[in-house]
Design a protein around this ligand. Structure first.
Ligand code: HEM
Length: 490
């Protein structure tokens, strides 16, 4: 009995010491670290819902900055995360030394989990080839051809707002932006006319919503156990029903295209061209159609909510933007792709929104080849997860004056020219892995602004808080609660 008790104590002690040892990873490498909590690392408050994971990374940015260091380490559970904060070091990682960081390392990826084998998850040579194949689909020329498909959804948005105004109902901007974003991606990526602006309960939206639900427990599981083992026990990124829905949908849409031999200038068409010309399988098509949804829907629709919220809080900025829109697209003039390119103030408004409320609060990287930090002896090992703290950088007064004020003038030509040379603006990441859908997102957001602002103006409904607070939704950051805006005629 005594022997058993001693053995049990020895095992517990050994586990405790092993875990303590794991939490000294950064200290042992000579990298400053923020003291982690037993089991949870630095994310205890996020696991218990007291804060959002994104805020922990932002706090780490400020802690390292105040300590006068160029980078530091934290832990998600027992997984070390490296946080570079020095702009020169960040530029090395994103540009000249990008070959050491060819992965994102974010999501679970497995050969038996078809829908995870897409561009965002791919690493190294595989990513390079895939990116080269997909890049032409996002060119200006292809987006211009796609524009009419988007514009049709834009018309529905305009009708939706008009309908709400007619009924004297406020604009629930998160809900309407989500439906607009869903309909845009459904039609441009899947070739599906789902019209959730009219019926928010369509299956596409119902299943799509589940992709973006917070999955903190799943992430913990994926940190603790080997991915092959998890996959062996049937674990996958999306649950079985959602997986089957999207695989089935892509199959049906492809069959329909093949049968009718129709040409529609959308992403599905461009991916089908790859299938016909290159070695691009059904699985490749399905995964990369889904990543357009996963990476492009919530980021863009949440940004639209923030834009509308800030415009309602800043009537002068709203008026100035409307003047630009009416000058280029008066009355019911059909909007064109080229019209949107001319809207420079609109672009400034969107950029300022992305600076202040960046939905992607970090640029993720995985170290794929051991990296010696320039000018030091410190080596970042292969496999280490890196988070570039966009949120901290974008709200640092050293780089942006009055960083918590919403001021599109931050993106005027003169402000950009006189900006601190170290100021970074990373809403879409940077370097070779920069968001492939950046131009698409800008086109969608500008279109939404035209359709919302041409005929109506907006004020904060009394039920809407004057200051935004955030909640984390999987990896993006969304505004907490409803944002209701009163619609007025101009
Ligand atoms: C406001 C909207 C958006 C934001 C803030 C955003 C942000 C980002 C960020 C931060 C990354 C990582 C970049 C890096 O690692 O350097 C990324 C990657 C990506 N985004 Fe976006 N994105 C947006 C819209 C879109 C749209 C509309 C699409 C598709 C139509 C899209 C598709 C992708 C894809 C496929 C990747 C992976 C690229 C690669 O790994 O090569 N995104 N995005």
């Amino acid at each position: 009995m005594i022997a058993l008790s001693i053995a049990a104590v020895a095992i517990i002690l050994a586990i405790y010491l092993l875990l303590k040892f794991k939490h000294s990873y950064w200290n042992r490498k000579g990298v400053p670290q923020i003291k982690p909590f037993f089991l949870f690392g630095n994310f205890k408050d996020a696991v218990f819902g007291d804060t959002i994971p994104n805020a922990i990374v932002k706090e780490a940015y400020w802690k390292f900055k105040m300590d006068g260091v160029k980078h530091g380490g934290i832990y998600f559970m027992y997984t070390p995360i490296w946080i570079p904060i020095d702009p020169e070091l960040i530029k090395s990682i994103l540009f000249q030394d990008a070959r050491y960081f060819t992965g994102h390392g974010y999501f679970y990826q497995h050969k038996n989990d078809t829908l995870t084998n897409h561009l965002f998850n791919a690493e190294g040579e595989k990513w390079k080839h895939l990116r080269a194949k997909l890049t032409p689909a996002f060119s200006n020329g292809k987006l211009k051809l796609m524009f009419d498909i988007l514009d049709a959804v834009g018309d529905r948005l305009e009708r939706k707002v008009k309908g709400l105004y007619g009924k004297s109902e406020p604009l629930n901007v998160k809900e309407v932006a989500a439906c607009f974003g869903t309909d845009i991606i459904a039609t441009c990526a899947f070739g599906l006319d789902c019209n959730s602006l009219e019926d928010p309960n369509v299956p596409f939206r119902k299943y799509g919503k589940q992709i973006f639900e917070p999955r903190i427990l799943q992430e913990i599981l994926e940190q603790l156990f080997n991915w092959d083992l998890l996959n062996f026990f049937g674990h996958s990124w999306l649950n079985k029903e959602v997986n089957e829905f999207f695989l089935g949908l892509v199959k049906d849409m492809i069959n329909l295209r093949d049968k009718r031999q129709t040409i529609r200038h959308d992403f599905l068409h461009l991916l089908l061209q790859l299938r016909d010309k290159e070695n691009f399988s059904f699985e490749d098509i399905a995964a990369n159609v889904l990543v357009i949804y996963a990476a492009g829907y919530e980021t863009t629709s949440t940004t639209m909510s923030y834009v509308m919220y800030e415009l309602a809080r800043h009537p002068k900025i709203q008026d100035k933007l409307r003047q630009e829109i009416l000058k280029i697209c008066p009355g019911d003039k059909k909007v064109t792709y080229d019209d949107l390119q001319q809207m420079k103030y609109c672009e400034m408004v969107v950029n300022e929104t992305l600076r202040l409320h960046n939905t992607a609060t970090e640029t993720p990287r995985k170290c794929t080849k051991t990296y010696q930090i320039p000018g030091t002896d410190v080596k970042i090992e292969e496999g280490i997860f890196v988070l570039i703290p966009n949120w901290g950088l974008h709200t640092d007064p050293d780089y942006y004056p009055n960083p918590l004020e919403f001021d599109p003038e931050n993106f005027s030509e003169s402000s950009k020219a006189s900006r601190h040379p170290n100021a970074l603006f990373l809403p879409f990441g940077e370097g070779t892995r920069q968001c492939i859908g950046m131009r698409f997102a800008m086109m969608e957001l500008k279109l939404a602004m035209v359709k919302c602002l041409r005929k109506f103006k907006y004020e904060l409904n009394p039920a809407t808080p004057k200051d935004v607070t955030y909640e984390a939704n999987n990896v993006t950051m969304i505004p907490k609660g409803e944002i209701l805006l009163d619609i007025l005629e101009i």
